[in-house]
Design a protein around this ligand. Sequence first.
Ligand code: AMP
Length: 218
Amino acid sequence: MKRLVLVVVGKQGAGKGTQCAVLSEKHAIPHVSTGDILRAAVKAGSDLGRQVKAVMDAGELVSDELIMSLVAERLREPDATNGALLDGATRTLGQAEALDAMLGEGGISAVLNIDAPTDKVVARLSSRRVCQECGTIYTDSDPAAISGTCEKCGGDVIQRADDTPDAIATRLNAYTRDTAPLLDFYERRGLLVTVNGDQPVDAVTAEIEAALSARGLL
Ligand code: AMP
């Protein structure tokens, strides 16, 4: 199989993390989530974590320079020779241009846009709970969320600090202002693949796989 570098975009709560986790497991391509890398740094209390915590908790965007240096570092790791599912980057035009410069012509296989209506993503984000250790996503009514213990790894299941009403509103504004313009940017290059994220997880995965297969990418 050809090296697959997929840039995954969509509103917060559209299902990027969930779909990347499924695709990563099925197709052995690393799931590279800038949000997960940053959250791990915050949890570890590293310099990077201290630098970004307040920005993340408020739902604002971290600088393009910082994000792209994390992406560059991650893509240099050996497992990324198979490709990468870039979840949550690129999120601004500056990042998109930097990624083009980093990967060169033809470096991006496709840009997957998981589309979901705003009212649905707000409801999902408000009820979302995550395992602090392995990142497994639950809803507030799942037994693991109620017990606070992850079914996969036994880690603590919590509500993200930026899944509060104020931070959700800030994040969706950032999506409209900074990320939505990327759809046109990538569409003009013929890279955009849009799927309906307002369906059960399996149906979204099937739609993604069909679209990527049709392009000869899977
Ligand atoms: P996510 O898990 O993708 O929702 O990201 C959580 C938070 O990490 C975001 O609200 C931002 O503060 C930060 N972040 C993650 N990826 C990026 C990015 N590509 N550009 C800027 N900030 C980001």
